[in-house]
Design a protein around this ligand. Structure first.
Ligand SMILES: [Zn+2]
Length: 250
């Protein structure tokens, strides 16, 4: 997995934060500072910065792999390698941890200037997209109720087919990111990705190659979604861009 993909995954939850609010509780840490207990709003990067560590070193010490999922209440080993068993994946265990990925808490994000979409025809990595489904855009890219909304919401009935916006490789197809429901990420070029969230069902698996227009999922409202819709987003590397800048007008 290379840097661009890692970054897009790191940023993904930020993107999705526009669709719902995640309620996360914070339990203060007590005891020696050998470990750090993850708090609401933390990211692996922010924790690493606080302790003057490289986030990749911190990730390695805690056996975290891209997309570096951490969750509130998790203890991270700062200075030495953590026992492996403490950080085994919990995808089948219950209760499911509330998972956060490595992005800044939505309330602290003030990067609207960077969120301006750019049309970049001809630019390396740019790919022409098709709409993932027919349907009304119920919420556009940009700020919504004071919070970032890094994609477009397209309203559609449960079960409506979701099509790949362009050819590419499925780099994520899972439902382990709490709140996001069934999620698919397709990589189209070295730095261009599309994400499809709240799916009723994912119909492709990680590693699959898809062609533009292939049906990859069905619309749903899994995760914390208000009603049945597709939250669709486009990333150029780490930067969320307005999908409508890349999609045909309609
Ligand atoms: Zn949305």
């Amino acid at each position: 997995m290379d840097a661009a993909l890692r970054i897009v995954l790191l940023c993904l939850l930020l993107v999705l934060s526009g669709c719902f609010r995640t309620v996360i509780q914070y339990t203060p840490q007590r005891g020696p500072h050998q470990t750090y207990q993850v708090r609401s709003g933390d990211t692996l990067s922010s924790i690493a910065r606080r302790y003057h560590l490289d986030y990749q070193v911190l990730a390695r010490r805690n056996h975290l792999r891209s997309p570096y999922l951490i969750y509130v209440g998790q203890h991270l080993s700062l200075w030495s390698e953590a026992p492996r068993a403490s950080y085994m994946p919990t995808n089948t265990a219950s209760p499911k941890p509330r998972i956060k990925s490595d992005f800044k808490a939505p309330s602290r994000v003030k990067k609207s200037a960077k969120r301006v979409a750019k049309r970049t025809p001809g630019k390396s990595g740019a790919v022409s997209l098709r709409w993932p489904l027919d349907g009304k855009v119920t919420s556009r890219f940009g700020r919504r109720q004071g919070r970032p909304h890094d994609g477009v919401d397209i309203g559609a009935k449960e079960g409506t087919p979701v099509h790949a916006a362009a050819a590419g490789e499925v780099v994520y197809a899972d439902n382990r990111l709490s709140g996001y429901g069934n999620l698919i990420i397709v990589r189209h070029s070295h730095d261009m990705f599309t994400a499809y969230t709240h799916n009723q069902r994912n119909l492709v698996s990680k590693g699959a190659r898809v062609q533009q227009g292939d049906i990859i999922a069905r619309v749903g409202h899994t995760g914390r979604a208000s009603g049945s819709h597709l939250h669709f987003e486009v990333r150029r590397g780490p930067t969320p861009v307005d999908p409508q800048a890349y999609l045909p007008r309609r």
